[in-house]
Design a protein around this ligand. Structure first.
Ligand code: CP
Ligand code: NVA
Length: 301
């Protein structure tokens, strides 16, 4: 049976670790063995409704390195833009390609597409979730042996990235404190899932409470794709949530600073923090490639 990857919730804890190990192993195989091409003869479509730098390029490179062929499809340039239904697009694409990577707005679109497509579907970001990002983020912490007994602080908008980090924290048993302004909390359905799993997730409006004694401090843009018309009001509301030197001084001295990128320097994070010695934001970005190779191999084997 084909398997999709729409949410970290789709994976058991041991499968998450399997993907981390596989990410390491693929790195070694590619270095040592030129004939290692697990996606040979396979085509992967990347259907994007929103802009992307990291996700698009890392997926295209990943497919290429594994011996497959990536086809990038901007939703504006295919018949979806002229009203062809999502389901018909799924039926057609899955007759040509062996996996579809989708970046979209409503998460339901991904669910609908996956239900119709015979090819595995990978969530490359929806308004609700960004599971490939969270997998790369936890892989980054795992590599640094910083997954056990940590306090993980998320400060900012309780959106797609935050939702996926919460689901990952719930699966991996990580203590997480999320600080968002009132009205910008994570999705209630996500929090319910985490709660049902007895996850150690605290929601607060205080960035100070979240960051105090934290081992990891994570932030994301205040203005996600699709929210551009709320930019002014959001910048005002989120101002106290900026990750700057003063806020970071409350965390442990060896705190790791994370950001999914793209960053809006001077808004959710200062240059000083983003370029400082505690920042691992570009390692996270690199790890998108390593982890997505493993996700592709796992789903397409
Ligand atoms: N972090 C991330 O998904 O970046 P892009 O929007 O550039 O893909
Ligand atoms: N929350 C951001 C993440 C970008 C990778 C957005 O949805 O725009």
């Amino acid at each position: 049976m084909k398997r999709d990857f729409l949410s970290i919730w789709d994976l058991e804890k041991d499968e998450i670790y399997d993907i981390f190990h596989l990410s390491d192993n693929i790195k070694k195989f590619l270095r040592k063995d030129e004939s290692y091409k697990p996606l040979r003869g396979k085509v992967v479509a990347l259907l994007f409704e929103k802009p992307s730098t990291r996700t698009r390029v890392s997926f295209e490179v990943a497919v290429h390195q594994l011996g497959g062929y990536p086809i990038f499809l901007s939703s504006k340039e295919i018949q979806l833009a002229r009203g062809e239904s999502l389901e018909d697009t799924a039926r057609v694409l899955s007759r040509y390609v062996q996996a579809v990577v989708i970046r979209t707005y409503e998460h339901d679109k991904l669910v609908k597409f996956a239900a119709t497509s015979d090819a595995p579907v990978i969530n490359a970001l929806s308004d609700l979730l960004h599971p490939c990002q969270a997998m790369a983020d936890y892989y980054t912490l795992w590599q640094k042996k910083r997954l056990d007994n940590i306090k993980f602080a998320y400060v900012g908008d309780g959106n797609n990235v935050c939702n996926s980090l919460i689901l990952g924290a719930a699966k991996l048993g990580i203590k997480m404190v999320v600080a968002t302004p009132e009205g910008y909390q994570p999705d209630p359905s996500i929090l319910k899932r985490a709660k049902d799993k007895k996850a150690n997730i605290t929601i607060t409006t205080s960035p100070l409470e979240a960051v105090k004694g934290a081992d990891v401090v994570y932030t994301d843009t205040w203005v996600s794709m699709g929210k551009e018309d709320e930019k002014k009001i959001r910048e005002k509301i989120f101002k106290p949530y900026q990750v700057n030197r003063s806020l970071l001084s409350l965390a442990k001295p060896d705190v790791l600073v994370m950001h999914c990128l793209p960053a809006h320097r001077g808004e959710e994070i200062t240059d000083e923090v983003m370029d400082g010695k505690n920042s691992i934001v570009f390692e996270q970005a690199e790890n998108r490639l390593h982890v997505q190779r493993a996700i592709l191999v796992k789903l397409m084997k």
